[in-house]
Design a protein around this ligand. Sequence first.
Ligand code: PMP
Length: 287
Amino acid sequence: QWIYLNGSYVQKENAMISVYDHGFLYGDGIFEGIRIYNGNIFKCKEHLDRLYDSAKSIMLDIPLAYEEMKSVLIETVRKNELRDGYIRLVVSRGPGDLGLDPRRSPKANVVIIVEQLAIYPEEAYLNGLKTVSVSTRRNIPDALNPKIKSLNYLNNILVKIQANLAGVGEAIMLNSQGFVAEGSSDNIFIIKRGIVFTPPCYCGALEGITRAAIIEICQKIGIPCKEEPFTLHDVYVADEVFFTGTAAEVIAVREVDARTIGEGKAGPITTRLLKEFRAVVEVDGAK
Ligand code: PMP
């Protein structure tokens, strides 16, 4: 397994960075999770756009130009000879001193890891997941703007811990006003009377690439889709609920906080959207 590390390709056991890296000391950095389908990088432009936007927002200088980064991504995938997998691209502030000042970390670390992906079993896509809402809130100060995909994932990890304690794979996080934000690492959608809803980013949702793909598919096939705030009540009484994410794709939810959703399995619109999404992946992956 070849890992890209600051211009070199190294084996996993040799892929090391300094303990003075501010990604390690302070969570100061950004990342992307990207899928490889049929040997191609899915939504490469969208992921790189989000990465460079996140970098600009936190004044992090990525030492590779956009096109260079794209070539390096392609080369890392090629070297690992994976037809289907997952890419983790991390840019951290780089090594500095023990103070916060990013001016003392002049050289960012760039790491690209390519791996096989352990996703949900196919059964979960048919039967849906059980999920719960958790007490951890998505707080939205400037520096943790949900649009910045930063290395500050403590909130998300607290959600994951609560999900683990409840024995479920993903959980629902609200924002401080009580509106639904997202999961620990997935966006959320609900469907009511044929209309698809997902929280707007100002409610605390990451601008997910899979989320955007689903919104686009809805437009294409004529299913109304709205970005609107909603509450847990709306989730409980929805006809269908699903999560989206690079790793999870489109995964139905059959139960939320012990309330059965719809028929208690993947509903017809969710099933249709998963099918359409997989068709997009086939076509884009084959380019
Ligand atoms: N929300 C959070 C907090 C995430 O980390 C992710 C990425 N796994 C998502 C939503 C889904 O985004 P995407 O579809 O771009 O993977």
